[in-house]
Design a protein around this ligand. Structure first.
Ligand code: AMP
Ligand code: ZN
Length: 119
């Protein structure tokens, strides 16, 4: 088993309350916060409270965690009023994937139209 938290991980420290953030929603396993540098009118980050490096580290056993994350994302989208127009949920993996924080997180973005494919 990997450790539940890494001492020098930014998002582990946010989960622990050592670095301030704006909580949007949370449950036992997941924290959703406002992105500090929003790239859309609504930009929320959903992260497991337990340290997982990226989506590349997920296993079959994480199925319930992922279902919970997507269900929470859908609930947040509804409560923030972006569900009807549609929105995007995305996770970046590794350097070329655009990942800058090595703790699994999903960007929930809405409030404007998005291009496909992303740049
Ligand atoms: P990624 O580049 O996919 O790893 O996403 C990392 C995201 O974390 C970026 O959108 C950053 O703006 C965001 N971010 C970095 N530091 C913080 C912080 N202290 N609080 C909230 N969001 C942050
Ligand atoms: Zn972490």
């Amino acid at each position: 088993m990997s450790p539940d938290r890494l001492p020098d991980c930014l998002f582990c420290r946010i989960v622990a309350g050592e670095i301030p953030s704006t909580t949007v929603a949370e449950d036992e396993a997941v924290l959703a916060i406002r992105d500090i540098a929003p790239r859309a009118p609504t930009h929320v980050l959903l992260m497991p409270k337990r340290h997982i490096g990226s989506a590349a580290d997920l296993t079959e056993a994480d199925g319930p965690l992922l279902g919970g994350i997507f269900a929470l994302a859908a609930g947040i989208a509804r409560s923030l009023g972006i569900a009807d127009d549609g929105y995007r949920v995305v996770t970046n993996i590794g350097r070329w994937g655009g990942q800058t924080v090595d703790h699994l997180h999903f960007h929930l973005m809405g409030g404007r139209p998005f291009e496909w494919p992303p740049g």
